[in-house]
Design a protein around this ligand. Sequence first.
Ligand code: RIB
Length: 310
Amino acid sequence: MAYVRPILVIGSLNMDLVARCDHLPRPGQTVFGSDFFTAPGGKGANQAVAAARLGASVTMAGCVGDDQFGRGLLNGLQADGVACETVQQVTRPTGTALITVDDQGANTIVVISGANMACDTALVDRALASLDRPGILLLQHEIPEATNAHAIRAARAAGCFVVLNPAPARAVAPELLPLIDVIAPNETEVAALTGCGDPREAAQRLLARGPRAVLVTLGGDGALYCSRDEVWRCPAVAVQAVDTTAAGDAYIGALAVAQAEERSIPESLGFAAAAAGLAVTRLGAQPSLGTRQEVDEFIALYGALRAVAV
Ligand code: RIB
């Protein structure tokens, strides 16, 4: 497969500290967990690994601490073939995420940003300069807002295709939205960005602010993709969820790969749904992300999905 466009991820790297329990504790409640594990995570790094395991040419830019977690994250990315020349070691501790996962695969996540907040505009410039041709830029909301703003402007000026996954939800400056090719919030995030609880209506409101397309991921209900002249709906693969952590990252990483392969939107959404469907059947963030062969086998088992116009 010829990758017409390389993928650059500028974003977070976290070590996930995960506790599994029957049900998520309510405020003030103590519950017993069944087990604990650590796993490489961070929305940025997860999306980079998701795309690399699917065979794309991927560069990661971000920051880790000079500590055991940071070295572990860096080694993991390199083992997955992600180019890490623009992953910088800084004096702050590596980002961590405290995650609880219940019996149904639902989770809560608390992120302690640490080194991720050292990801600055100079690193963005270095990362963009390292691309030998305009690529697909993936951004999330786990690094400083000013860094993301600079990345969006500079990437757009360099001819990159810009995808923003606004997770966790925070406002996006109105002047940046017209520079974004695809903004990809989940149902909660699109509601927070627009104040509208109906995903289709919320997507249309967001689209009216200027991005080329809005992709709303709806968990088990699939995804909705709206551009100025088309609306596509793609179902999710019906699987028993073990852990939904990083399902959105699997989805975005796979979507970027499909776009790098110049596949059509309905096909790209189907491929991303398969990658996310596979990820929810497995524990952990990066451990759950499938290789190309695993996603192809999953598609052979469950059938290929394709979005339909609505
Ligand atoms: O999207 C899942 C990720 O969110 C986790 O890996 C955690 O690190 C947080 O960034």
